[in-house]
Design a protein around this ligand. Structure first.
Ligand SMILES: C[S@@+](CC[C@H](N)C(=O)[O-])C[C@H]1O[C@@H](n2cnc3c(N)ncnc32)[C@H](O)[C@@H]1O
Ligand code: SF4
Length: 391
């Protein structure tokens, strides 16, 4: 039997009628990293001010669509490139339009080298209780090759400053399978990061995104990536090393010390509602998935007329919603809760996916426990192939 608390969580969130999460996109960076395809542009102060004014209008337009907020994620781009004053103003806009739960998880993405004590104290004073630093690698020459703006010592300075300011929940983003990267270099990065004892580590394999300098160099044969076998070995090594040091592997790319799972990201993996704000942001409200206009100027212009800056919408229903729910939940190491699926769709998971599931279980890519359906250790390495078939 479900407890009353669990039942009400399922009712309000799993059916996607309300949003208790907000994502806010800050599409500015000092410069663009060579591998990155996120919607982000070179920072200009005047443009950022106009953008934040437009964002204020967008926040007002969505005020009535939010429940009590349990998670807020300010991502980018580089939110920490904003001045302390601009950050403080953004929090005024958030708090004067939304009701934020006292125990809400509030995360800000920070690029090493762009934080200082003043910005960190603005975040602290406004309830930010989780920081996410993009580090990527622990070798200066690699950071340079990636087009990062910071060195390893600059990252360490930002990280320790955040600790001194009292942040007790810090994530570090890393990327493996980088051009020319050896297993030794990746091993070194992992161990140096572990020695800092962050509460959370995200370890992504490099994705070659079209229209990035890396992609062009790769197409021209000038960039040499580790072979697929090495990439798989690096992933295996990541899992063994991090779990060996007390990190729980709770999502394909994410590892956390106990009680430090990223609550906001779990909203995505549970396919629950989230209001997305900012240029290029995606949201999912009342069963509708929407994407905002990507360009800064058209985004600002739309909001000057007090119109929502949405460019695409998709009403997610039927098999598409089921497939997306399955695919996202399978990213979690525990897999998809069969009870939650049945509660959300009023049918057993086999009704829509029986044949696929049987095939993957027979191939030992998926396994069923009493309560969940999840990837096997082997299946985890072939997750993308499974997702492609599901789409
Ligand atoms: C949207 S970025 C924001 C973080 C922050 N701007 C920074 O880079 O320090 C979040 C993370 O996505 C990851 N990422 C971006 N592009 C990637 C790619 N092409 N392949 C793999 N990971 C990528 C990086 O680890 C990055 O830290
Ligand atoms: S990885 Fe981060 S800092 Fe680099 S361009 Fe992308 S969003 Fe900006």
């Amino acid at each position: 039997m479900r407890t009353a608390e669990k039942q009400s969580e399922s009712d309000s969130n799993l059916k996607n009628k309300t949003a208790s999460s907000v994502y806010i996109h800050i599409p500015f960076c000092a410069t663009k990293c060579y591998y990155c395809a996120f919607n982000t542009y070179t920072f200009h102060k005047a443009q950022a001010e106009a953008y934040l004014q437009a964002l204020r209008t967008e926040i007002e337009l969505y005020a009535s669509e939010a429940d009590l907020l349990k998670t807020i994620f300010i991502g980018g781009g580089t939110p920490s490139i904003l001045s302390a004053h601009a950050l403080a103003r953004l929090f005024v806009d958030i708090r004067s339009n939304f009701t934020v739960s006292p125990d809400a998880e509030i995360t800000v993405e920070c690029n090493p080298g762009t934080v200082d004590a003043e910005k960190l104290s603005v975040m602290q004073n406004n309830g930010v209780n989780r920081l996410s630093f993009g580090l990527q690698a622990m070798q200066d020459e690699t950071l340079k090759q990636l087009g990062r703006i910071h060195t390893v010592p600059e990252f360490l300075h930002s990280y320790h400053l955040a600790r001194e300011c009292g942040f007790k929940n810090i994530n570090i983003d890393l990327i493996f399978a980088l051009p020319e990267q050896s297993m030794e270099a990746w091993h070194h990065t992992l161990n140096e990061v572990i020695s800092l004892e962050p509460e959370h580590i995200s370890a992504y394999n490099l994705v070659m995104e079209e229209e990035t300098p890396f992609y062009e160099q790769w197409q021209a044969g000038k960039l040499h990536l580790p072979p697929e076998d090495t990439e798989a070995d690096m992933f295996q090594h990541t899992i063994e090393t991090l779990t060996g040091h007390g990190y729980m592997h709770y999502e394909i790319c994410n590892f956390a010390r106990s009680n430090h799972f990223a609550k906001h990201n779990l909203v995505y993996w549970n396919n629950q509602s989230c209001i997305g704000l900012g240029a290029g942001a995606c949201g999912y409200v009342n069963g509708v998935r929407y994407t905002n206009i990507r360009g800064i100027t058209p985004y600002i212009n739309k909001l000057r007329q007090r119109n929502k800056p949405i460019s695409d919408t998709e009403h997610l229903t039927g098999r598409a919603e089921k497939a997306e729910t399955l695919m996202l939940a399978l990213r979690k190491r525990e897999g998809i809760s069969l009870e939650n699926y049945e509660h959300r769709f009023s049918e057993e998971i086999e009704v829509a996916f029986g044949e696929n599931l049987k095939k993957w279980v027979d191939l030992h890519l998926l396994e069923q426990t009493d309560t969940h359906l999840r990837f096997t250790d082997r299946g985890l390495f072939l997750a993308n192939e499974v997702f492609v078939e599901l789409m």
